[in-house]
Design a binder for this molecule. Structure first.
Ligand code: BES
Ligand code: MN
Ligand code: ZN
Length: 507
């Protein structure tokens, strides 16, 4: 992991491989952003002019490298685009700083240490730049032949980030940096789990990772294996895992604080591979389905981050882990499962498996009567069609809670959109044989899935459902602080929601 520190040292004397400055789009060409005054001065106040000559505009995502001015210990200056200059009396937004820091950190792969001289108005900005840098520096190289040396282009990730312009002794700045480190380390660990191929990350292997992390951070952990699941009557999780030689698991992670007044339950879809089962996915739809445990990875990361931050709230994480495979023992379209709640489900399509494992975990989570339940899942292709690849959909059984979730996401720089749960879609899931079918109308498929889950939330419990099928896995090129592959979608939103719950501002 990349290290993150604060420094008040003079930029010219800093021993680093590069100094990062911000450049914004002004009305008459590029403008050097605040925080880089000393750097600009060392170029005789001509940095903007030099950047313009080099073709820089200040657009978001832009990177311009130039030789550092004489007298600097660092050899290179990296100017990263921040987008438009803020309106009068406004400052650069946290998310544009986060993205720019991510772009710069990725562009600096191969370097050891970089000093970031970006515009920091307050401690929250320092946290945002820290988060962006640590997320942008991320690479996944566990499966490259020569490990660290054989990364894309033979470059190792930026090892050390120093934030300049922050107050290194200021409590708020220190806390912001600590928070950025805890959250992004766990977020990057979630990315690792998502990127790990499914032949290695079985439900059992995922549970073992969770157990080890729980032990390290003083979190209570309980793992139900296939025998315990059978004994407990978890028909949904067992039904989905029935076709795989890698047996399913239900993992419970309990972080408790002696000062907690509220209890938040998080439930994650953890399909370590989704082939579709007997309703097999065609080629073109299964190559990235190792990402189908992204919800469980996000929940896992959020619980560990809450523990590391010592949040004054009890957070229980439920990881519903199974592999969805076709075989002679697999659940068939037409089978009826008896769920943990006691309800029966007619499985019409074995590819609608996420809602089945979540149903059991939601009902189990409900038994503890938490103040709120939030589930996270790569649940439907329909949500990707509706919202694209960067937003997750938010559904809930309470309008105010749904709004609070969308706002919390926005606060931490995650894009989402509120979606409805129209009751008329419920009748499409009526089954002649069982209490409910696992499929309904094709139109509005994301909402149908949400309505199915709603049936398995305990009476009177506030609940929200995040369908992250779009943003969980980035098949296109990297952008901002988002790499190719697993993104860690929803981790920061969940941590923020835990913080808000601790503060009594939610649920
Ligand atoms: N894991 C998929 C959803 C998905 C699609 C995630 C694309 C990420 C990217 C889910 O289990 C699934 O297969 N859903 C079906 C449901 C349908 C059969 C009712 C879908 O969306 O097609
Ligand atoms: Mn599926
Ligand atoms: Zn799935």
């Amino acid at each position: 992991m990349t290290a993150l520190t604060l420094s008040t040292a003079a930029v010219s004397g800093l021993r680093a491989d590069a100094v990062v400055v911000g450049v914004a789009k002004g009305a008459r060409g590029p403008v050097v952003a605040p925080g880089a005054e000393a750097v600009d001065k060392a170029y005789d106040g001509r940095l903007a002019e030099v950047l313009e000559t080099l073709g820089a505009s200040g657009a978001e995502g832009e990177v311009t490298k130039l030789p550092a001015p004489s007298g600097f210990k660092a050899p290179v200056v990296v100017a990263v685009g921040l987008g438009s200059v803020p309106e009068k009396d406004e400052t650069y937004g946290a998310e544009s700083l986060r993205r720019a820091a991510g772009v710069a950190a990725r562009a600096l792969a191969g370097s050891k240490k970089a000093a970031f001289a970006l515009p920091l108005t307050d401690a929250a900005d320092a946290g945002a730049v820290g988060e962006g840098a640590l997320m942008g520096a991320y690479t996944f190289d566990a499966y490259k032949e020569n490990g660290k040396e054989a990364k894309a282009g033979g470059k190792t990730p930026l090892a050390e980030v120093t934030l300049l312009g922050g107050k290194s002794r200021d409590k708020a700045f220190k806390a912001a940096v600590e928070r950025a480190v805890a959250v992004t380390e766990e977020l990057n660990r979630a990315r690792d789990l998502i990127n790990t191929p499914p032949n290695d990350l079985t439900p059992e292997a995922f549970a073992a990772v969770a157990q080890a992390a729980a032990k390290e951070h003083g979190i209570k952990v309980q793992v139900l294996d296939e025998k315990a699941l059978a004994k407990g009557g978890y028909g949904g999780i067992l039904g989905v895992g029935a076709g795989s030689s890698a047996a399913p698991r239900l993992v419970k992670l309990s972080y408790t604080s002696s000062k907690a007044k509220k209890h938040l339950a998080l439930v994650g879809k953890g399909i370590t591979y989704d082939s579709g089962g007997i309703s097999l996915k065609p080629p073109g739809h299964n190559e990235t389905m190792k990402c189908d445990m992204s919800g469980a990875a996000a929940v896992f990361a959020a619980v560990v981050a809450a523990a590391r931050l010592g949040l004054e709230v009890n957070v229980t994480g439920w990881l519903a882990l199974a592999e969805n495979m076709p075989s002679g023992s697999a659940t068939r379209p037409g089978d009826v499962l008896r769920m943990y709640s006691g309800k029966t489900v007619e499985v019409l399509n074995t590819d609608a498996e996420g809602r089945l494992v979540l149903a059991d975990a939601l009902w189990k989570a409900s038994e503890e009567k938490p103040d709120a339940i939030i589930d996270v899942a790569t649940l439907t292709g329909a949500m990707v069609l509706a919202l694209g690849n960067r937003l997750f959909g938010v559904m809930a059984n309470d309008d105010a809670f749904r709004t609070a979730v969308v706002e919390a996401a926005e606060e931490v720089g995650e894009e989402s959109w509120p979606m409805p749960l129209p009751t008329h879609l419920r009748k499409g899931m009526d089954s002649p044989t069982a209490d409910i079918a696992n499929m309904g109308e094709r139109m509005g498929g994301g909402l149908v899935a949400g309505l199915f889950l709603k049936e398995f939330v305990g009476e009177g419990i506030t609940w929200a459902h995040l369908d992250i099928a779009g943003p969980a896995y980035n098949e296109q090129g990297p952008f901002g602080y988002t790499p190719k592959g697993g993104t860690g979608s929803a981790v920061r939103t969940l941590v923020r929601l835990a913080e808000l719950t601790a503060a009594g501002d939610l649920g």
